[in-house]
Ligand binder design. Structure first.
Ligand code: GLA
Length: 396
């Protein structure tokens, strides 16, 4: 059942679609995939660890209609760009500034044997772009389920969809992201987080029962972009660190397979001491994620909040993936009454912080962060409150 407000959004989007592409409303279908926050388990998806993300109720919506040709046409509500991609030449659109993610997904689907049909698509994003809430993964996954459905695959395997979308981002767009964002966008469940083993892709749903507390997302409004950020550098450092350990007697597949005492026994082999801190983050973060699962299952929000704080300190000091803006939000948030925990979320180097705030203190929290942050950084942050949303689905 659609709520009143949602009906309005969809009918406006249909009108916008018909204005661009003409024709009749008959045959139009609407799909969505959500953005995400990661509660804990940061920068360890590509190190074989566990992560605990939740889908947001902010989404990418795709309005779609088959057009009887062999061309996929794309437009967006917030951009002037219009893209036309030939289904027979999907490898040719890697350098598009907008549309490359979608073409990459179409390309990976076709390589995997999904039948594709020509269609007209209109994209609408409900989330800020470049805020570290995985708007890109939501575009990819929404595109994937939309193209799959129009081509006749009405119920695709969502785990396969996630993997194909990650492949599109890694091999087509050229960003070496892990699997977390695409996976949660594909399988997310309302009011739940998922506990995902990023090696085996086994996962379980974890009810997000926060009682008197809620998660407030603070956007530093410092844009983050993986291609320009130090994300790729961190990935290389992890590969290098694993190589040092394995060249000196280790037989580990991933950094997250190592224990802290084991790491200590290898420290002498590292010439580049920075790498030890990178590994220490991965090893301790994996442990914090396992403990967080227990804390959430036990309803122990105080313990969970303490783990969030520790995780922020680790990614700030050992992994160095925060920056002045995120550190400022963390410092202010940590001193506010009614906050059980706070940390950066996502890739970092800008983007968003999540804080576990008592519901009756949310307005006070926002006002303190806004004033202090603006004073120290020079521009305002933004805030979002989102319940855990649904994974990718067809809406209409
Ligand atoms: C980005 C990547 C994810 C993950 C996070 C950090 O969001 O896309 O795969 O590595 O950063 O946890």
């Amino acid at each position: 059942m659609l709520k009143e407000g949602e009906k309005v959004i969809y009918s406006e989007l249909m009108s916008a679609f018909l204005k661009i592409y003409g024709g009749l409303a008959k045959g139009i279908r609407i799909f969505q995939a959500p953005g995400r926050i990661n509660l804990i388990g940061e920068h360890i998806d590509y190190n074989g660890g566990h992560v605990l993300p939740a889908a947001l109720d902010m989404r990418t919506i795709v309005v779609a209609r088959p057009n009887g040709t062999r061309t996929i046409n794309m437009a967006a509500t917030s951009l002037p760009d219009r893209i036309s991609a030939g289904i027979g030449r999907l490898d040719d659109y890697r350098s598009l500034a907008w549309g490359n993610y979608q073409c990459g997904v179409a390309y990976m689907l076709s390589l995997q044997g999904y039948p594709l049909v020509g269609c007209d698509l209109l994209y609408h994003s409900e989330m800020p772009f470049g805020a570290g809430l995985s708007s890109s993964a939501s575009i990819e996954v929404a595109t994937a389920i939309c193209l799959a459905a129009l081509g006749g695959m009405e119920k695709p395997n969502m785990e396969e969809i996630a993997v194909l979308c990650q492949k599109a981002e890694n091999q087509y767009v050229g960003v070496s992201c892990g699997i977390m964002d695409q996976f949660i966008a594909a399988v997310g469940k309302k009011d739940h987080a998922i506990f995902l083993n990023c090696d085996t892709l086994e996962y379980q749903y974890v009810p997000l029962k926060l009682g008197d507390y809620t998660i407030v997302i603070t956007n530093t409004n410092k844009m983050h972009k993986h291609t320009e950020s130090k994300y790729e550098e961190r990935r290389r450092e992890c590969v290098e660190a694993l190589a040092v350990i394995n060249q000196n007697g280790g037989t580990y597949q991933y950094l997250c397979d190592i224990s802290l005492p084991e790491l200590e026994s290898y420290e002498g082999y590292f010439q580049n001491k920075t790498l030890i801190r990178r590994v220490r983050h991965c090893v301790t973060e994996e442990n914090r994620t396992l403990l967080s699962l227990q804390a959430l299952k036990n309803g122990d929000l105080t313990a969970f909040g303490a783990l969030l704080k520790e995780a922020n300190i680790s990614i700030r000091d050992d992994y160095e993936a925060t920056g002045r803006e995120l550190d400022t939000v963390f410092d202010i948030a940590s001193g506010i009454d009614g906050v059980l925990g706070s940390r950066m979320t996502g890739g970092g180097f800008g983007g968003c912080n999540i804080s576990l705030v008592r519901k009756d203190k949310v307005e006070q929290f926002k006002s303190i962060i806004k004033n202090e942050y603006t004073k120290q950084i020079g521009y305002e942050p933004s805030f979002y409150e989102s319940t855990a949303g649904q994974g990718a689905s067809e809406i209409l």
